[in-house]
Design a protein around this ligand. Structure first.
Ligand code: C2E
Ligand code: CA
Ligand code: CA
Ligand code: CA
Length: 278
């Protein structure tokens, strides 16, 4: 390798230092974000391709930072995971989403389930079954209105415990999805042993599903396999007509993405549900 000049080395270490600084600063500020009311939730509709109506909502957390403006969960959830802050933050998200769904039901907003993302730490490192059970009991929300999304990679970290926890969550009456499906390497026999209801095809397959024979073949194979196991399939990140048509022809059950609706704040979401809800 070519030797780096002194100036270049200094520049690299400055950049590294800045990235590390930002991360440390964000971590400290994240510690106070709930208490200061800086976190809030968005809801993105999932559309049923057969009926054309809304089949559910995914809850997506947002951080309104006092100086940096809106910070993406893609940046702060990994920081929260690493520091363990994802546990209290995840609990706040679950409670807030369930309370919102309950309030909507009381106000006559169509009864479609809300799906909450569970992080790896939250799922494998805390008593998630006790938490979900308590939140459902305290809120009085019918458990069928709560769906839980778990990434494929988490489920593969500890397959035996994962299956056991999923079974317990399902006994509470919630629905379970495997998120970002296709990015891990789970096998058919592995999937068969997991008590799940739905697969969520990762956006990376959706991106060029209308332009690439290989992506379309992958998606078709996932859908065929899922349907054999009697699982529903939802595709995420759908933005255009071409993707929609390809996914429809592949037999996909549900669609989520900016094509139908971007993530909405609670008021806009209630309005959307009143217009398009079941
Ligand atoms: P994810 O679970 O795969 O969520 C889907 C992401 O795709 C969301 O990004 C959503 O806003 C985005 N998206 C949806 N439709 C489209 C589209 O048509 N085009 C494009 N380009 N993007 C689309 P977001 O909200 O930035 O969240 C990023 C990730 O952060 C999520 O990926 C999830 O892994 C994590 N996350 C978000 N909210 C939570 C949460 O409440 N708890 C946990 N543990 N993780 C969360
Ligand atoms: Ca998700
Ligand atoms: Ca996803
Ligand atoms: Ca994804």
């Amino acid at each position: 390798a070519k030797a780096l000049g002194g100036g270049q080395i200094q520049r690299y270490s400055e950049e590294l230092n800045q990235a590390l600084q930002r991360k440390l600063t964000l971590e400290n500020q994240l510690r106070h974000a709930i208490g200061r009311g800086e976190l809030y939730l968005n809801y993105q509709p999932k559309t049923d391709l057969r009926s054309g109506g809304v089949a559910g909502l995914e809850v997506l957390v947002r951080w309104k930072h006092p100086e940096h403006g809106s910070i993406s969960p893609a940046e702060f959830i990994p920081i929260a995971e690493e520091s363990g802050l994802v546990v209290p933050i995840g609990e706040w998200i679950l409670r807030t989403a369930v309370a919102q769904r309950r309030a909507w039901s009381d106000a006559g907003v169509p009864d479609v389930p809300v799906a909450v993302n569970l992080s790896g730490k939250q799922f494998l490192g805390t008593d998630v079954v006790a938490l979900v059970g308590a939140v459902l009991r305290e809120s009085g929300l019918p458990p069928r209105l709560l769906e839980l999304e778990l990434t494929e990679s988490i489920s593969m970290d500890d397959p035996v415990r994962t299956a056991d926890l999923m079974r317990q969550l399902r006994e509470l009456g919630t629905t379970l999805s495997i998120d970002d499906f296709g990015t891990g390497y789970s096998s058919l026999s592995y999937l068969k042993r997991l008590p799940v209801d739905k697969l969520k095809v990762d956006r990376s397959f959706v991106l060029d599903v209308h332009q690439s024979a290989e992506s379309l073949a992958m998606v078709k194979a996932i859908i065929a396999m899922a349907h054999t196991l009697r699982l529903e399939v939802i595709a995420e990140g759908v933005e255009n007509d071409g993707q929609l048509a390809a996914l429809r022809s592949a037999g996909c059950d549900q669609i989520q993405g900016d094509y139908f609706s971007k993530p909405l704040d609670a008021d806009a979401c209630a309005e959307y549900l009143r217009k398009h809800g079941a």
